[in-house]
Design a protein around this ligand. Structure first.
Ligand SMILES: *Cc1c(COP(=O)(O)O)cnc(C)c1O
Ligand SMILES: [Zn+2]
Length: 420
């Protein structure tokens, strides 16, 4: 076992062999092949002092205070930028819905709706930090592989920063809504005949060869920003941690970010105990769940197949660090079927909350874990809805009902519809 990195190391650190890299390094991986972590210095303030600082920023007017990412900057990056590339983002609501809670069989359920970010998914939280770093480094362009949401987010933030953007998507597998979004923001889109995992391999090579800054979640600055989903939800709960945080898991960037954020919050004295993470995979794209079920055996990639396109990933890049996140939070990994995902999506949509299919996996996961009595009676649960309903308005469950009935314009036609 290599010695863990000294806690005084700040910047990019390899969790496997402990080697440190300058914060300005552009490679997401260590020489040993492991992904790098961004280490921030432990805050010099007490938990109470940090809490009141974050609270004061809620009424601030500076963009770094208004942003639900940069508001928590002491815990996000080692060097605070003068002018972040920010919309701002974050500030997403914690929603209570009786109908959704009832369907899951829990009565203390809140939904953290990350679909309410500027481009409609949580990807914006990592992108503001990653794009700010791209600008700091003087990158001549940015790139990513994507199942759709990273592309849309990258395209928007690149436009904001005035940088050219190249995105690689699996041909025929990304919803037209997401493709239209990145094209509209001006990114060059390339559709590869192959799956997401192949796109990611190629884009890592292309970034290296053509000097483009890579903004997939292999990038440690992306992970750093995504931690703020946790900081913000804890802040909204007045730093009273829930028992469970349940979320969909694909490439495992969020799993990694959530684990890091919870450990950091605990270490900084912001919370007194660590909630349990429950990562939910679609049954047809569940290499992480398979490994977990066997006691965290090495990753065996699968050919991914699920209706939930945002988690249709068979060879998750952040596997190793996600294992650490589940262990550090006494967490678990579970699966749900496509049928359960679509049922959950219909419930979330009809409740007026709405989300994309991948997000509904979290809600389906809450129901499954409650039925199995893993989530106990009276446990408090936060489920993270990762993307907006308009990302996938015609997902199978609702397509039939979304057709409008055409009429000529007579009141008796409306009467007939109301009578149905
Ligand atoms: C990216 C994405 C996910 C998967 O997150 P990972 O960090 O890759 O595990 C889930 N849902 C939505 C809507 C996404 O865009
Ligand atoms: Zn290493």
């Amino acid at each position: 076992m290599p010695a863990p990195p000294a806690s005084s190391v700040v910047g990019l650190v390899c969790p496997a062999c402990g080697v440190g890299y300058r914060e300005s390094a552009t490679n997401p991986r260590c020489r040993c092949g492991s992904l790098l972590d961004l280490e921030v210095p432990p805050p010099s303030l007490t938990g109470a002092e940090l809490r009141s600082r974050f609270e004061a920023r809620l009424t601030g007017r500076d963009i770094a205070d208004v942003s639900g990412v940069w508001r928590y900057r002491e815990l996000v990056v080692p060097q605070i930028p003068d002018s972040p590339i920010s919309y701002p983002e974050g500030n997403t609501p914690l929603i209570a819905s009786d109908a959704i809670a009832r369907w899951t069989g829990t009565d203390r359920l809140a939904l953290k709706h990350e679909g309410q970010n500027p481009t409609g998914s949580f990807k914006d939280r990592g992108m503001t930090v990653g794009m700010t770093q791209a600008v700091r480094l003087g990158a001549r362009g940015v790139t990513c592989a994507s199942t759709g949401n990273t592309a849309a987010s990258l395209a928007a933030y690149a436009a904001h920063a005035g940088l050219p953007a190249l995105v690689l998507v699996p041909a025929g597998r990304v919803t037209p809504e997401k493709l239209a979004q990145s094209a509209a923001y001006g990114a060059q889109t390339v559709a590869l005949r192959g799956d997401f995992d192949r796109c990611l391999e190629l884009v890592e090579q292309a970034a290296d060869r053509f000097g483009l800054y890579l903004l997939n979640s292999v990038n440690p600055y992306r992970i750093a920003g995504q931690q703020t989903i946790i900081f913000e939800l804890l802040h909204q709960r007045r730093w009273d941690p829930p028992d469970w945080i349940v979320f969909p898991a694909g490439n495992l960037g969020n799993t990694t970010a959530f684990g890091r954020a919870l450990v950091a919050s605990h270490r900084a004295g912001l919370i007194s105990r660590i909630p349990r993470l429950a990562a939910v995979q679609a049954e047809g794209a569940a290499p992480f769940a398979h490994s977990y079920a066997a006691g965290f055996t090495p990753l065996e990639p699968v050919v991914a197949d699920t209706v939930a396109s945002a988690i249709r990933i068979g060879n998750p890049a952040s596997f190793d660090r996600a294992v650490r996140a589940i262990r550090a939070t006494n967490g678990l990994v579970t699966t749900v079927t496509d049928r359960e995902i679509l049922e959950a999506k219909a419930v979330v949509d009809r409740a007026g909350v709405g989300c994309e299919a991948a997000s509904a996996a979290a809600v389906a996961g809450v129901r499954r874990l409650r039925r199995e009595s893993v989530i106990g009676d009276g446990d408090s649960v936060v489920a993270v809805l990762t993307g907006h309903l308009l990302k996938e308005p015609l997902a199978a469950a609702t397509a039939r009902d979304s057709r409008a009935v055409e009429i000529d314009g007579r009141l008796d036609e409306i009467e007939a519809i109301l009578d149905r």
